[in-house]
Design a protein around this ligand. Sequence first.
Ligand SMILES: C[S@@+](CC[C@H](N)C(=O)[O-])C[C@H]1O[C@@H](n2cnc3c(N)ncnc32)[C@H](O)[C@@H]1O
Length: 193
Amino acid sequence: MSVRFYDENAEAFFAGTVNADMSGARSRFLANVALKGHILDAGCGSGRDALAFTNSGFRVTAFDASAEMVRLAADHTHLPILHMTFEEVAWDGEFDGVWASASLLHVPRANLARAIAALAKALRPGGTFYVSMKQGDEERSVEGRLFTDVSEEEMSQLLQAAGLAIVELWISADVRPGRGDEHWVNGIAQKRA
Ligand SMILES: C[S@@+](CC[C@H](N)C(=O)[O-])C[C@H]1O[C@@H](n2cnc3c(N)ncnc32)[C@H](O)[C@@H]1O
């Protein structure tokens, strides 16, 4: 259901997020990724972070489930953005880093462990995973999008169940203007060697 929302509201969503300042989280993630390593941007939206990683010297593969977001992200980044879903992820040991910013939050809670396990499998041993989801305990349907909210504890359990060791977990306020009262759970975790 959420993908249709992005297809129908792609231009507005792109405009509202392409300049969001995610530099703090990106720096914390990149501090744990091998220089010039290969990063997977999973549910890349506007392509903002895929472009930033490319400009920092990393090799990037990115995908999104919304055909319209894929088109806008490809225009913005000049990268070949894959049109696919979390459910189709089948890489094995390919990436030094997997970045899932505000994207897994649209996966129903019942499917979350499986989606995170597939992304963890896509990492090389020692590779680093970043995830952010909204803080809470509900599964909500809001104007055509499903949101699965998590607590720090649930995030920690999900990452560890996927064979990842927690590096750090933190809560952040939304970086978009006027949205500072929304809170996000951020996690960085490493695949065991
Ligand atoms: C809130 S946006 C976040 C986009 C971007 N990562 C960012 O941080 O700005 C969520 C993105 O996840 C994508 N998405 C939703 N469900 C997905 C799925 N099952 N597989 C892959 N991408 C999905 C949407 O199309 C949308 O671009």
